[in-house]
Design a binder for this molecule. Structure first.
Ligand SMILES: Nc1ncnc2c1ncn2[C@@H]1O[C@H](COP(=O)(O)OP(=O)(O)OP(=O)(O)O)[C@@H](O)[C@H]1O
Ligand SMILES: [Mg+2]
Length: 356
């Protein structure tokens, strides 16, 4: 019987709660980002004293806690006061002034806004927000198609803090000078976590996600090391979930090196971003790319049309660029037989996890 000693019985699981491994899960305590959260709080503080808040330009590489830290502060603010409207916009989803104003109106509880123009939407926002104060968070601002809404908010909303979040510091230079001078933002850099910190963060999740004692120490250390090299906490969360699932598939009671190694190999398909910010059209194009991996862009477009896709080739290529920006796919140039150049589209991010 000892052969079966370490096997899971039916109904047994090594997971306790997989939700805590989700990318969008908000941990109760956000360690190692105390200073950054304090900077958010200091920027908002003047609003509590009825003067104008400060604006911040927040930047740092993927998966270092920018979004999470910001949402954390908003949550605490909501617990503290009802006088400040907190508005969070993901600019991947809402990438134009019109979409942003529509979303803000929805969040502020306005109904029947479908037929309204941009200026009408803004009137609603202005009337409501100027009776109080507001904190705006615009996340992933490098995905914006226009920055006009910022100008409008800066000019016409009186008491507010605006936080802009992005990966690259250079994004700041792309913002219109008239907006930059009105914004007068302070810079807030999210430095990468060191290995100890990454390990600490993953340990914390491990305690809630798994039944105690299922992880082999060496295996977990390897996972943490790998994650620290990439610097993106999401990689660690992904690997933990995947390693656990692989062990369970094999009915193993313990998660060991073999599972972690396999998870790392599987992670070649890993996407750095969650698909949360993608609209239906982008998700269906992404699915098409996965089904037809390493295709030429032209033949991909044909397949897209066969499946009933309606947008023009030009718009299609723009959507491809968007997926590439989000590192859902990568592209490379290739020579055509009769001369000329085509683009090859590959599912997944350019740098494979196994290459780190
Ligand atoms: N200090 C921390 N403590 C606990 N969890 C963390 C911490 N930092 C990051 N995480 C977790 O890592 C994941 C990624 O964090 P987050 O989404 O905030 O990254 P980001 O910096 O906004 O990345 P991106 O630039 O790709 O949007 C989330 O699941 C988050 O809960
Ligand atoms: Mg983010």
């Amino acid at each position: 019987m000892s052969l079966f000693k370490d096997m899971l019985k039916s109904g047994e699981s090594i997971f306790q709660d997989t939700v805590v491994l989700d990318f969008d899960f908000q941990p109760k305590v956000l360690k190692f980002r105390e200073n950054e959260q304090m900077r958010f709080a200091v920027a908002i503080k003047p609003l509590l004293q009825d003067s104008n808040g400060k604006n911040l330009f927040v930047f740092g590489t993927p998966g270092v806690g920018k979004t999470t830290a910001c949402k954390h502060v908003l949550r605490e603010l909501e617990e503290e006061t009802e006088d400040i409207f907190a508005i969070y916009i993901n600019c991947w989803k809402e990438n134009t002034t019109f979409k942003i104003f529509t979303k803000i109106c929805e969040d502020l509880g306005f109904k029947f806004i479908q037929q309204k123009k941009t200026s009408e939407l803004f009137s609603l926002i202005k009337n409501k927000l100027n009776k109080g104060k507001a904190v705006f968070i615009f996340d992933e601002i490098d995905k914006l198609d226009d920055f006009d809404f910022l100008y409008t908010l800066l000019e016409d909303i009186y008491r507010k803090s605006i936080f802009l979040i992005t990966n690259e510091k250079e994004t700041y230079e792309k913002i219109d000078k008239r907006i930059v001078s009105r914004l007068g933002a302070e810079f807030l850099f999210f430095r990468p976590y060191n290995q100890e910190e990454i390990k600490g963060i993953l340990e914390q999740r491990k305690r809630y996600a798994f039944v105690s004692g299922v992880w082999d120490n060496e295996a977990f250390n390897k996972l943490a090391e790998k994650t620290a090299k990439v610097g993106d906490v999401r990689v660690g969360l992904y690997l933990m979930k995947e390693s656990g699932s692989l062990a369970e598939e094999k009915s193993h009671k313990k998660i060991g090196l073999m599972h972690v190694d396999e998870a790392i190999r599987k992670a070649d398909e890993f996407q750095v971003k969650s698909q949360e910010g993608l609209d239906e059209e982008l998700i269906s194009i992404l699915d098409l790319i996965r089904e037809n991996n390493d295709s030429k862009i032209g033949s991909l477009f044909e397949k897209y049309q066969e499946k009933g896709g309606r947008v023009s080739y030009k718009t299609f290529t723009r959507k491809i660029d968007k997926l590439k920006d989000g590192r859902f796919i990568s592209t490379k140039q290739d020579k055509l037989e009769g001369g000329g150049i085509t683009t090859i589209i590959t599912y997944g991010s350019e740098k494979k996890l196994t290459e780190f």
